[in-house]
Ligand binder design. Structure first.
Ligand SMILES: Nc1ncnc2c1ncn2[C@@H]1O[C@H](COP(=O)(O)OP(=O)(O)OP(=O)(O)O)[C@@H](O)[C@H]1O
Ligand SMILES: [Mg+2]
Length: 276
């Protein structure tokens, strides 16, 4: 009998209440009562309807939303280790944002290589070759992307360029926010396979926000489903359910049907904030 795999925690998250500072809206807790341990190498899918707080949770975990962004009297959360401690432990992290954040005055290749030019010039030649490989693997035309600037790229191309930008730095932890927006079926599958290959060779921790059930199942080892804790439109979001995804040795999902049916059995209308 094989030994059970023992993995240490990559990140522990405890959010009692998360109340952002807001000048326009009345201040309310977006998230409440969230306790999560993400294991090293685990792929966690954060699934839920629009506005339930997926991006907020992802950014809190990534350290991109801090206590300075909050109504401090009403907020309590802790992330262990936090971004600074993870960086001190040499963790490399990458974030693919819901909105593409490419540098508009750099062409495609420079968008990918700029951070390496600044921080690790000795690796530039090998990274340039790697970038070419990743362009092909993400379905980008290498010759075009070398010269094109972000404003001349389609939304889907820009998103694939963001993938190359993220993966070229060999992240230990990869944050993905709706990463397949704007992708056709072929390119989406390319990106999923690329992610799973990277995951297999480097065992990265992937934390992934989406409202697409099949995408969540394709990438995750575990899926949390988020939604408001009560009927009010102002109700805070909590974790409503959790599903484990089991894989065969070749990486294919063993319990796709069960997980999908379990997720669809949740009353999604009750999870949506804006009631019809
Ligand atoms: N700085 C802020 N101040 C006040 N409210 C905010 C702030 N940022 C986000 N919100 C609110 O928090 C809620 C969650 O937003 P968030 O962007 O995390 O949702 P989401 O699940 O990622 O949605 P989507 O699927 O549409 O991307 C929304 O109701 C949004 O209006
Ligand atoms: Mg979002």
């Amino acid at each position: 009998m094989s030994k059970p795999e023992i993995r240490s925690n990559e990140i522990s998250i405890e959010i009692d209440r998360y109340v952002p500072k807001s000048s326009e809206k009345k201040e309310r807790a977006i998230l409440r009562n969230i306790n999560l341990n993400i294991k090293r190498g685990e792929n966690l899918g954060i699934l839920g309807p629009s506005g339930c707080g997926k991006t907020t949770l992802l950014k809190i975990i990534a350290g991109l939303k801090t206590i300075e962004d909050c109504d401090t009297a009403n907020t309590y959360f802790s992330i262990n280790p936090d971004k600074e401690h993870r960086a001190a432990a040499q963790k490399r992290e990458a974030f693919i944002f819901q909105e593409s954040l490419l540098t508009c005055w750099q062409n495609g290749l420079n968008n990918v290589l700029l951070p390496i030019k600044i921080s690790n010039k000795s690796k530039l030649d090998s990274k340039r070759k790697e970038a070419v490989k990743l362009f092909k693997e993400t379905g980008l035309d290498v010759n075009e992307i070398y010269m094109q600037y972000p404003k001349t790229l389609s939304g889907g191309q820009a998103r694939r360029l963001s993938f190359v930008q993220a993966l070229i730095n060999d992240p230990d932890i990869l944050f993905l926010d709706e990463p397949f927006t704007g992708q056709d079926f072929v390119n989406k599958n390319r990106l999923i396979n690329l992610l799973l290959r990277h995951d297999k060779t480097r065992d990265i921790t992937i934390i992934f926000a989406t409202h697409d059930i099949d995408d969540a199942i394709a990438i995750s080892d575990r899926i949390i489903i988020m939604g408001p804790e009560g009927p009010s439109e102002d109700a805070s979001s909590v974790i409503k359910a959790e599903k484990a995804v089991h894989r065969n040795a070749d990486g294919t999902v063993r319990n796709h049907k069960d997980v999908k049916e379990g997720i669809l059995a949740i009353d999604w209308f009750s999870l949506c904030r804006a009631k019809a």
